[in-house]
Design a binder for this molecule. Structure first.
Ligand code: PEP
Ligand code: MG
Length: 757
């Protein structure tokens, strides 16, 4: 019963069009469900910090929005300061009680207030009051606390959307949204919102130029869906019991119901494009049905959603016009993926914003490799409403500025110019060796995946490829590439770098890297069928890939093969066996090739503990610190909510990194690191001291890391490392590295991203 009430209130609030109606629904429904005479929401003004009387049931309605309390004033201020509920039978006797004249509170004796907390900060206070002087019981208190925890996110979202709406109606007004720094740099441009196929809720609003064409497309899509359903219905006529079969009649009846069709038509005639009109009308009907108490009607919401998606997918399929990307496109989406990124012409793509994800998501890694300033996890951004808007992406702090004022715009233009100047300055290091002031060499390799990386990497003096992510060419296709297609792609990489070594990783899909043509649906994809686990289960995929790599290496001999996600030695033995098999078959076929060095990625804690056993079996180890960090700290690298727990500087991670070096060297094998940490200039100092034989990073970091290496003395690094290994927290590690960077005059190269802190 409680749960039902809670759900129905949250749904009603979600359906509200704007912040004020959301708050009005909250106070009236809570007063009703808890049977109290008064219910109020106070919201904290982000600038003044005052708690404003925003919505109310039972007190003087004229004062709504007009009175407020100081951050510490009254019982409401007390709830906000303590960040916990306050439950009183005689409110007026409490020393913090403050009488607000005219509001009409004097008759109410009992008071229960709960803080509204979103992402650790108090957004406001939810209060119920009653005339009888009594303490609210435990159930009531728990209900209000639960309610407020659920509503916090909804209110934060409504508030963010409200700021956009206000800005849209007010010339020059602006709004800013906080996310996570994904790829450094500043981008100034216009939003292009990308939509996954057939997702009603994420269709952006968009003006159409040709109303008649949109109406035509809509009617055609309706006809197509109608005939699909009839066909499906005929096909299943004999296979389904009559009851179930009746569902198709329900579908057809919904399709023929003129009311919603007329609403969509009216919206299109009002200038909205067909997809937007459909999505808005369908979404409001779905919400209306979902809010009904009756389970029969609730189920209808699912049917309507299904139909809406069918119509939408026809509209999307017929929308063959390639989207018109602005000259300076900032790609915005609920969850950006590598393939969405691939669709924008490179010269137009200046920045990216993803509502979900974190700086360790693969799309963010790709963005860093391509040098595209990116903000991830901008969870409150009302992304469907900002198509074409002017945006600034601040990839340093993780803020997105909507419709920036001329001052904000000027500020970021100058930051962008400074960045440019810094990069130009670094260019001078291109042909200089990567060695410390006292002559210690530190080979810098690059991570690649796109052909575009290659030219830039060579241009910046990379000494080899430490990680070629073979899944990237796989991601940009519509089916598995054939052996010959793969051979051509790999040959291109090997040729471009020869005689420098190129480390090709065997296919690493699963986790957050799904191939559109090979979907893997799992509850916990990062603990599931990923990397080597997939390819050992599909030797045909593995063997084809390895054969393509080996063939590509003929006459060049600069290939190295690396195995991802190894969590036990059998996987290595099996993979080695397959590689040898492919090699021998090719020799028999007359190919003139050598067996390449083979290595293992250490990216699972188990591999840290068995690093020696692994090293014994192969030619080299390479630490994938991105995954190693997520698995050691139990923090999903994609999850916005826990993004601030993801610290590659965490002492547990640093200890593991040291352990892997020691194990590899004890077996006489070289060891590198190819996670994002390797490209963090400050981290390079301690990785060098730990004994890493090679650092592999995206090419944009190369000159920055080289600049740091050329400014320090290897002799001094051991004591820096000793100091770092003694502290207990990532923050202390960060502080020490910061100090060291200042000491060597490299403060300007401190970065916020890969340390995660
Ligand atoms: C890693 O996990 O550190 C790594 C280099 O692999 P990826 O980021 O592609 O998972
Ligand atoms: Mg990995």
């Amino acid at each position: 019963m409680m749960l039902e009430a809670l759900r129905s209130i949250v749904q009603a609030v979600n359906a509200a069009g704007d912040l004020q109606s959301a708050l009005d629904i909250i106070v009236s429904r809570i007063a009703e469900v808890m049977d109290t005479e008064v219910c109020t929401v106070y919201l904290r003004d982000p600038d003044t910090k005052r708690l404003i009387f925003m919505a109310n049931q039972g007190l003087n309605p004229e004062l709504i929005g007009k009175v407020s309390l100081g951050p510490d004033e009254g019982l409401v201020g007390l709830v906000a300061r303590r960040e916990e509920p306050v439950n009183l039978d005689h409110a007026e006797k409490h020393p913090n009680f403050l009488f607000l004249p005219g509001i009409g509170e004097e008759h109410y004796h009992s008071f229960l207030g709960a803080p509204i907390i979103h992402q650790r900060s108090v957004m406001g206070v939810l209060v119920v009051q009653q005339k009888d002087s009594r303490r609210f019981d435990e159930d009531e208190e728990a209900f209000l606390v639960t309610m407020s925890a659920q509503l916090a996110g909804v209110i934060a979202h409504a508030r963010a959307t409200g700021s956009i709406n206000t800005a849209q109606n007010t010339v020059g007004a602006t709004a800013s949204f906080k996310g996570i720094a994904g790829a450094t740099g500043v981008a100034i441009g216009q939003a292009a919102v990308v939509v996954p196929m057939a997702e009603l809720h994420s269709v952006p609003r968009r003006q159409c130029d040709d109303v008649a064409a949109e109406l035509g497309a809509f009617t055609a899509a309706l006809d197509a869906v109608r005939s699909d359903i009839r066909a499906l219905s005929d096909k299943l006529l004999t296979q389904l019991p009559a009851d179930e079969h009746a569902l198709f009649d329900v579908y057809l009846r919904i399709m023929d119901d003129g009311a919603w069709v007329a609403e969509v038509v009216a919206k299109i005639e009002g200038g909205e494009w067909a997809q937007g009109a459909l999505s808005q009308v369908m979404s409001s009907h779905i919400r209306a049905f979902e809010m009904m108490e009756d389970t029969y009607f609730k189920e209808r919401a699912t049917d309507i959603k299904d139909l809406g998606r069918r119509v939408l997918s026809y509209l999307q399929a017929n929308d063959i016009e390639p989207p018109d990307y602005p000259e300076r496109t900032i790609l915005v989406g609920e969850e950006l993926t590598a393939s969405m990124l691939g669709e924008v012409p490179r010269e137009k793509l200046v920045g990216m914003v993803s509502v979900r994800g974190s700086s360790n998501s693969h799309v963010a890694i790709l963005a860093r490799a391509m040098g595209i300033p990116t903000v991830m996890g901008a969870s409150d951004l009302p992304y469907t409403q900002i198509e074409n808007a002017n945006l600034i992406v601040d990839g340093y702090s993780g803020y997105v500025h909507y419709n920036p004022t001329p001052e904000v715009y000027e500020h970021f233009r100058s930051v962008s110019e400074e960045d440019h100047a810094l990069n130009q300055g670094l260019e001078a290091l291109r042909d200089l060796p990567s060695e410390t002031l006292d002559g210690h060499r530190m080979p810098l390799w690059v991570n690649t995946g796109l052909m575009a990386d290659v030219a830039r990497s060579l241009d910046r003096g990379a000494e080899g490829v430490g990680l070629y992510r073979t899944e990237i060419p796989f991601l940009l296709r519509e089916r598995f590439p054939s052996e010959e297609e793969q051979r051509v792609i790999y040959r291109e990489q090997l040729l471009a770098f020869a005689p420098l070594p190129v480390t090709m990783r065997t296919l690493d899909i699963g986790g957050d890297k799904a191939l559109p043509y090979f979907p893997i649906e799992e509850e916990n994809p990062f603990l599931g069928w990923r990397g080597i686990r997939v390819t050992l289960d599909h030797p045909e995929i593995f063997l084809v890939q390895v054969r393509a790599m080996l063939k590509a290496s003929e006459g060049l001999n600069n290939l190295r093969i690396m195995l991802p996600m190894i969590s036990n030695v059998q996987e290595v033995d099996e993979a080695l066996e397959l590689v040898r098999r492919a090699y021998e078959e090719l020799l028999e076929d007359g190919w003139d090739i050598n067996l390449p060095p083979i290595g293992v990625m250490v990216e699972v804690p188990a591999a840290v503990y068995q690093a020696r056993q692994l090293a014994r079996r192969v030619d080299f180890l390479s630490v994938g610190s991105n995954d190693l960090t997520q698995y050691l700290l139990a923090v999903d690298r994609n999850n916005t909510r826990v993004a601030d727990l993801y610290h590659a500087y965490h002492p547990a991670v640093l200890n593991s990194l040291q352990q892997v070096v020691d194990a590899a060297h004890a077996e006489g094998k070289p060891v590198g690191i190819c996670g994002e940490l390797a490209g963090d200039p400050a981290a390079a100092l301690i990785l060098m001291a730990m004994g890493y034989d090679m650092l592999s990073m995206n090419d944009n970091s190369l000159l920055r890391v080289k600049a740091v290496i050329r400014s320090c003395r290897f002799e001094d690094l051991q004591s820096l490392l000793d100091g770092v290994m003694l502290v207990d927290t990532a923050d202390e590690v960060k502080a020490q590295l910061r100090k060291a960077m200042i000491n060597i005059g490299m403060e300007r190269l401190l970065q916020q991203t890969s340390g995660g802190v």
